[in-house]
Design a protein around this ligand. Sequence first.
Ligand SMILES: [Ca+2]
Ligand SMILES: [Ca+2]
Ligand SMILES: [Ca+2]
Length: 579
Amino acid sequence: MIGWPGLTGLSVAVAALLGPSLFWSTPAAAEAPETTFARGVIVHSVDENGSSKVMRRTAQRLVDPRVEVLVDVTLDEHTALLLFDQPQPVAVAEDLAADLQVRSDVLWAEPDVLIQPTEVTLPNDPLFVDQWSLWEGGEDTDMSVRAPEIWGIDSGDPDVVIAVIDTGVAAHPDLAGRVIDGYDFVSDILMANDGNAWDPNPADPGDWVSAADINSGLFPESCRSVTPSTWHGTHVAGIAAAQWNNGYGISGAAPNATIQNVRALGKCGGFISDIAAAVRWSAGDIVIDPDTQLPLPVNTTPAQVINLSLGGQSACTRTMADAVLTARALGSVVVAAAGNDSLPVSTHLPSNCPGVVAVAATDATGARASYSNYGVSTGEIFIAAPGGSSSRGILSTSNTGATAPAQPSFDLKAGTSMATPLVSAAVALIVSGGITDPVAIEARLKQSGRAFAPTSSRACTEVTCGAGLLTFSLLADSITLTGERTQVRGRPGVSVEGKTLGLPAGELLTPYVKLPGQTAYQPGTGVRRVVITQGQVGEFDWQRRTGKKVYVYFRSESGEQSERVIIPANSASATGRPR
Ligand SMILES: [Ca+2]
Ligand SMILES: [Ca+2]
Ligand SMILES: [Ca+2]
C-alpha cells in the first residue's frame, strides 16, 4: 500500500527503487570496501495511519538538504517507509532515524539498508586466484577459510603484532613494510648459521643441511638428511600477513597486521629452551641472555598473537608450559601447529601444552590432512584450518636460495605449519576488532569454526579436529554471549541512552542487538562485549566496534519486549541504569 495521491506513477518509481540493479552494481574485485547504502528509513509510530505524510515532511526537514525524501510507503498501520530520492550512505539514514526517534510519536526508526549476499573484498594480487585456502566461489569448492568475507570489515590493524617464531624471515617484496625485527634466539652457533648465538638480527641466513654438516658429527643425531634451505619462516609469515592489493604475489590472511620476526630455528631445528625464551620475549617478558647473563632489551611491540609452526615429539615440558602460561598472562594468544606425524596431538610439543591453541590441518576437501596430528579427546585440538596436501599445497612467500638467500619467490608447502598462521591471522583480526583478553579471544575464535564437511575418509570431528573449520566470515557475524553476562535483571524504569525500556520488574532481560547492515536482531549479535556489572542488578553496559551504531532491545523472561534503542556511533560504550 502506498499512502499518497498519484499512486500509479509513483508505484513505478517505487518499483524502480526496489530494483537493486538500478543503483548498485556488484562490488568490483580489487576495490576497497563498498559503502553500505540505505534507500530510506522505516518509521514505526504510535499513531495509526495518516501520520506518514507528516513524518515525511518532518524527515525532509531533518535530513541533509541535498537529500530528498521523495515518497512514503505504508508498510502496516503503524509503520511507514520514507524513501530517499536515491540511495544514501547508511550513515545518512542512521542520522535521520536517530533524529526521528526523538519524536514522542515515534517508537522506533531505522534505516532500510541494502543487504548483499556477502560482503566480499577480493584483492588484486595476481596469485590470489591460487590461494584456495583463503577463498572459494564459482567452480572452486575447495574448503577455505572464506577470508574475503571479513576483509571488507576487518583486514587487521598494523598495531596488532603476530610474532612468528620460526627460522627467521628473508627479505621479500610481498612482506616489505609488514615485518618488524624481533630477536634471534638460536643459541647453538652451528645451528644458527649466522656466526653467533643470540643476537638482535633475526633474518634467515638459510637452514640448509649439507653432507659435510652431517658428517661433522656436530649436529644432532636426528639431523641426517641433506636438505636445501626451507625458508619456512618466510612462508609462514606470508600466509599470515603478506601485503595485499599491491598488484604483486599473494595476499596474507590478516593483510594489514604486523609480523614480528622472531628466530628460534636454524639448521636441524631448535631447542625448547630457545623457543621458550622466544615465546616469553615475544609476549613482553624479561629474558636473560644465557651468554652475557644480561637481560635482553624488552620487546617494545609485544605480540598479541604468537605463532608456533613448529614442534617435536615430546610431552609438554615445564619450561615450555611456563613460557606459554607467562605469555598468556601477558595477554598473548599462543597458537601452535598440531604436528605432522598423524599421531595423537598429546605426543607433540608445544601443541600439547596447557593454554596453547592447537591447530589441526585440513586438505582441500575439508578432511583431516593425511599427515595432521589429531585429538583423542575433546579440547586437545582447538580448531582446524587448511594446511594443504602434496597435491594441493599452500602458496606463500619464499626464496630461491638452496643455501643462502637468493631471489624472492613463491612456493607451495603443506603441513600443520601452514594451517597455524591462518589461525594466528584470525586472532589478529579479532584483536583488531577490539577484543584483547586471551580468554575472550579464544571464545570468539571457537565460534569461528564451521561444521566439518562429511568426507569419505578422515572426516574431521570435534574430537579429532576441534571446534570446526576456521571460517573468517563467522568472525564478522556475531558474538554469542555466554553465561550470566547475556542477561540483566530487569527493574522498573531501566533506561538506555535516556530511553526508558518499560519492562517488568524482577525478570531476566536478554539484549537483542543488530548492527547497521544486518537484517535481524539476535541475542548479543554484533556487540563486541557486554559487561553486566556484578551485584548491581539492572546495570549494564556494552562496547562494540567503534564507528557503528547498535540497535538494541531487551526481551524479558515472560516474552515482553522493550522499545528499540539506538546507541549512537560516537559513544564508545553505552550504559543503562535504573532510575
Ligand atoms: Ca645468531
Ligand atoms: Ca642472527
Ligand atoms: Ca601481495
